[in-house]
Design a protein. Sequence first.
Length: 678
Amino acid sequence: MEPTNYSYTNFLINETSPYLLQHAHNPVNWHAWNNETLQKAITENKPMLVSIGYAACHWCHVMEHESFENEEIATLMNEHFICIKIDREERPDIDAVYMNAVQLLTGRGGWPLNCFALPNGKPFYGGTYFRTDQWKHALKSLAEMYANDYSKILRASEELTQGINNMEVVKASNEKPLINEIFLTSLKNKIFSELDQQSGGLNGAPKFPLPGLHQALLTYNYFSANDKISQYSEVFLNRIAAGGMYDPVGGGFARYAVDAEWVVPHFEKMLYDNAQLISLYAKAYMLLPKAEYKQIAEQTIQFITTELQEPEGIFYSSLDADSEGEEGKYYVWSFSEFEKLAGTDAASLAEYFNLQKNGNWEGSHNVLHVTQTDDEFIAKHKLSTEEFQQKKHALLKILFTERKKRIRPGLDDKSITTWNALTITALANAYWAFDNKFYLENAQKAADFIIENLISSENVLFRNYKTGKVTIPGFADDYATTIEAFLTLYSVSFNLKYLYAAKNLTDALITNFYDPNSGFFWFTSNNDKPLFTRKMELSDNVTPSSNAVIAKVLLQLSEIFYDEKYHAIAQHMLNQIVPNLKKIPAFHFKWFETIIEKVNGYKLLVICGKDADNYLSALKGSYLPNIILIGAFSEPSTAIPAFKNRFVLGETIAYICENKTCMLPAKTVAEMLVQLKK
């Protein structure tokens, strides 16, 4: 039971973020990031200690326990600093700026992120995890330096600020680079040189799945029919599903693997990873139709809808890596425990899941993972496929039931808009691939919740939701991925409200985020209180960058609404990003994917009439990356240029158009399918 009497309570008690609330009873006098806190630092002329993390972060918990619950350390922090706690998932804008500072100082980043800043917010020192002795030394040294050698701190701050301002800058150019098949091939070759051909993923460790990178490779393969990419994609998809990062008992993927072979996970499960991996496996199934890919996607959907979905339809953020204060405790097994549960099949199934008597991970713990295919195992043990699958699934069911008796990892029950958008897209993609209406219904439920609760009457999109409250206006990634989600959901349902919502958010995005000088979009709105610097998100990471997604949706919307402004902005963005894309294509994968589609030519498929559903059904299960699919059952009351003069009373007709020139109308499903192959 949670204790009800606490020795300390700080200002975080008034916040909604589970991560901030975890620190509400530390002896550290934590503040939230707000105008009052920033003014307090200025008034008292104290440096700010900005500590950033997230609820599912193992090392954040470790540092809290070691240092932030330590009264001696807390006294030092409270005496010399204005201490600010930030949930990076709620405030990615602040996280990005201070992460840049720490990366410049140390050459690496991560969480917990601890940055020391002047009262004006400019950083002068920082790092990630500190042991208690290191932290104590840093606190004393920096407090003394601030009091007695301020000029040194000021100089460090100015140098860091300049460095941050110079990061990820694109120099404006009027040049129009040659973007063609040769350019795409050069990008593909550079990406391929960085991939681990044996295990999948980028070379080295730790290994993150980067679903967007692998989706871009699938798209490239669709147009080029490259056998090497097909082979690599299968290696990657098979290895991450067989490794310890995937949970065969309860479904869903952990955030990353600490080793190069995908064996040992970092155990937190994030909504954004699982959403993108659902999309990836659904699309892979359409291109490389293997039953295992469908199974992985469906089990992952089962995980997010049972473990991360609230009754109203929107999705929570994550499950912690820790339970009972131990990393991975919920997910690992001792050999004796496994042996008892598996019964007479213990020896063979322990071999299948690579369990060791002394453990294959820390201490005597075992992480379930598979290093041989089912067919190899079946042949070795002279089993029938049916017999083996029955034994395996019976065991997994027993393990699931037994695991439910354990104390569950902590749930971060706030909802983040951009991650929900990725999930809506994933469910729509899964519906398209597998024709399961449950997926469509859940996508619509989450989308409707966003429309009704997270978008104001002025088309301001909010970032977060928890227990009826929205507190933070959205950032560019929230707008970009929500627009993409609404367009994807519209294309599989023909429900026009999602198309209209996407258009309205796009216009609000351009008004409040677009920078005509650079041609890109700021991460923060013109209406947000500015930090000491303003950033743009251009490169992709574990999620696609906001600008890359914006470029793609603007191209799609320009085709639907015949809007040259949308097209001009997107084309300029693609031209400007080319130098960055050439340097690091693996971390500009969403740009790569969009350029692949554009080089191969977007086609607009317009389906008009009361039987549009029949045409839509005939297309389900098809991978159509450069097809912009729109439709309506009757002529929309609000004019949409792509539908103009396309409706014929009593008929359902499909039109395939490219560069605003259309083929002859297809008056049957069969005619439409023939035209699509041309």
